[in-house]
Design a protein around this ligand. Structure first.
Ligand code: AHG
Ligand code: MN
Ligand code: MN
Length: 311
């Protein structure tokens, strides 16, 4: 079933916003398919974005595409992008419910030039009072589009997580609902940082490597690719705090919140770690580019952290 039919009963303004993000992703995926042929690999300039990363050409173009389509809906008041230092405040042109979209237009930038999975991540939150720092529990829709072997959209609407695959005639078609009950034993973390990990994280990962466990490691380095595999196969993904990065790396509003919502709605858990089992969605953001440590995955795997770190 096509996405607009699948969600025909939700608020029409919300559906408009979802469809604008679908159209954006279709435009981005057309570029992704032919990056090298269109001279779209490489850095945009030497300029850094608000998180201190060098922007890739595709980061900048993807951001422009998303802004264009969301502005056209007239259903958004504020956009929060990884690639814009400040919130983008849109003109109010309709009296319908207005939404704020927080998004990472292109996640996994370091994988662009080697043709590994990359994607777009977002959350949609009703926003009556033009606030810029909305909490994770107010999010009504979270989603990501994975530009991988297939282009796949994963959306959490009404607390249910569904998968849609882009067809040859450019329509997102429903292919299933996700419950995080995969049985594969996988841990996913950048082990190059292990010398900087705190004791809790060393013990947690050592537990996965102990003799006799059946775990294997997988790490793409694109959060949405690693989380997608976790949702479908099981296991856990983390980007923890460490001695070099006490706040972790991933950003609260447009990486951690949407992925935490999707994982929780699929039956898993997403917590801070760093000796806290606070839910990611309970973070009260103070800055639009704030970072957070994150551990997410099946309840079973995340519980292991609480036990090992004796929370
Ligand atoms: P972005 O490309 O949007 O800046 O995000 C990159 C993030 C995330 O996708 C991934 O999980 C993480 O960076 C990987 O970081 P390391 O290379 O430090 O492992
Ligand atoms: Mn990202
Ligand atoms: Mn990005």
């Amino acid at each position: 079933m096509e996405i607009s039919l699948y969600y025909s009963k939700i608020d029409p303004s919300l559906l408009k916003v979802i469809l604008a993000l679908c159209v954006s992703s279709i435009e981005i995926e057309e570029l992704v398919r032919f990056l090298a042929l269109k001279n779209l690999q490489g850095d945009h300039s030497n300029e850094q974005n608000s998180s201190g990363d060098i922007q890739k050409k595709l980061d900048v173009i993807s951001n422009e595409i998303v802004i264009k389509h969301l502005t056209q809906t007239k259903c958004c008041n504020i956009l929060l992008s990884e690639e814009n230092e400040a919130p983008i405040v849109l003109k109010k042109e309709s009296k319908t419910q207005l939404y704020t979209v927080a998004y990472d237009p292109l996640d996994g930038s370091s994988n662009i030039d080697c043709n590994a999975p990359i994607g777009t991540i977002y959350s949609i939150t009703p926003n009556e009072k033009d606030e810029t720092l909305l909490g994770g529990n107010q999010i009504v829709v979270a989603g990501y589009v994975l530009y991988g072997p297939s282009t796949e959209l994963v959306l959490s609407v009404n607390n249910t997580v569904d998968r849609f695959v882009l067809s040859a005639n450019k329509k997102y078609l429903h292919v299933g609902t996700i419950r995080l009950n995969g049985k594969k034993k996988i841990y996913s973390i950048n082990e190059a940082n292990s010398n900087s990990w705190n004791r809790d994280m060393k013990n947690y990962i050592d537990g996965y490597k102990a003799n006799g466990t059946k775990y294997t490691a997988r790490y793409i380095g694109s959060m949405l690719g690693d989380v997608h595999r976790t949702l479908l196969y099981g296991g856990m993904f983390c980007y923890p705090a460490d001695k070099k990065n006490p706040n972790g790396k991933l950003r609260v509003l447009y990486e951690a919140f949407p992925m935490a919502k999707i994982v929780e709605d699929a039956g898993g858990s997403a917590i801070l770690g760093n000796n806290s089992k606070q839910r990611i969605l309970d973070i009260v953001p103070k800055d639009i580019h704030q970072r957070t440590p994150i551990l997410l995955g099946s309840k079973e795997e995340i519980n292991k952290y609480s036990i090992i770190s004796k929370l």
